[in-house]
Ligand binder design. Structure first.
Ligand SMILES: C[S@@+](CC[C@H](N)C(=O)[O-])C[C@H]1O[C@@H](n2cnc3c(N)ncnc32)[C@H](O)[C@@H]1O
Length: 216
């Protein structure tokens, strides 16, 4: 199981958000969020990481979650309970609804693997980050490229396997966007839930990672 936010954070993160947490790791430590930061959570889902980030940036900072799914956003917005420094916007990672150079830190958990055009997502991240801004994410990669039998399997996409890029291609997309990658590590205890997913994971080295990068 991926690590969930620290107990100190869990005390205030809404239980309903945690109950539908769908992340694959914990990268908020790599984000080095500090009070006053403006954070952007890509694919915020029911909001677990957004709420955890909001505790770290405090009321002088802001957290914006972006998600394409109305139901997820509505739930996170309800759980926000009126907190003014947290907001949830509709949108796609490939065309983020935030201005250029407006964000100190981009976070994301288990989402970029679901995006077919990862190069486009990393370019968008660079566009919205201020110079010197940080990226800290948890995601899924593969040791080697996946065959069509995996990439065209709906169940394996939904299981965060079918869309996993080969690690080499994933790193190359980050680099080509202009980000400087400085941490890339496996999540040691992440396990897939179905036999089909576990088999694909074993065969192709599909696994969860956390990483951090900086916009120069
Ligand atoms: C596996 S869930 C992870 C949710 C959340 N980050 C968490 O850790 O609980 C993936 C989320 O990303 C959203 N999503 C997937 N692809 C997206 C895209 N291209 N643009 C915006 N949201 C996307 C889905 O709607 C879903 O809420």
């Amino acid at each position: 199981m991926p690590r969930r936010p620290e107990p100190a954070e869990g005390g205030i993160i809404p239980t309903e958000a945690l109950a539908s947490f769908a992340g694959v790791g914990y990268a908020l430590d790599l984000a080095r969020l500090t009070p006053g930061d403006r954070a952007l959570d890509l694919g915020s889902g029911s909001g677990t990481d957004s709420f955890a980030a909001a505790l770290l940036v405090g009321p002088t900072g802001t957290v914006t979650g972006v998600d394409m799914t109305d139901e997820q956003r509505a739930k996170a917005d309800r759980l926000r309970a009126g907190a003014e420094h947290i907001r949830f916007l509709p949108g796609h990672l490939e065309d983020l609804p935030v201005p250029d150079e407006s964000v100190d830190v981009v976070i994301s958990n288990a989402v970029i693997n679901l995006c077919p055009d990862k190069a486009c997502v990393f370019r968008e991240i660079v566009r919205v980050l201020k110079p010197g801004g940080r990226l800290a994410i948890a995601d899924i990669v593969a040791t080697r490229p996946l065959p069509e039998s995996v990439t065209c399997n709906h169940d394996l996409w939904a299981a965060c396997i079918g869309g996993a890029a080969a690690e080499v291609a994933y790193r190359a997309a980050i680099d080509a966007a202009g980000l400087k990658l400085h941490t890339f590590q496996d999540v040691p205890d992440c396990q897939f839930l179905t036999d089909q997913a576990r088999n694909a994971s074993l065969t192709y080295g599909v696994r969860a990672v956390t990483l951090a990068a900086t916009r120069p």
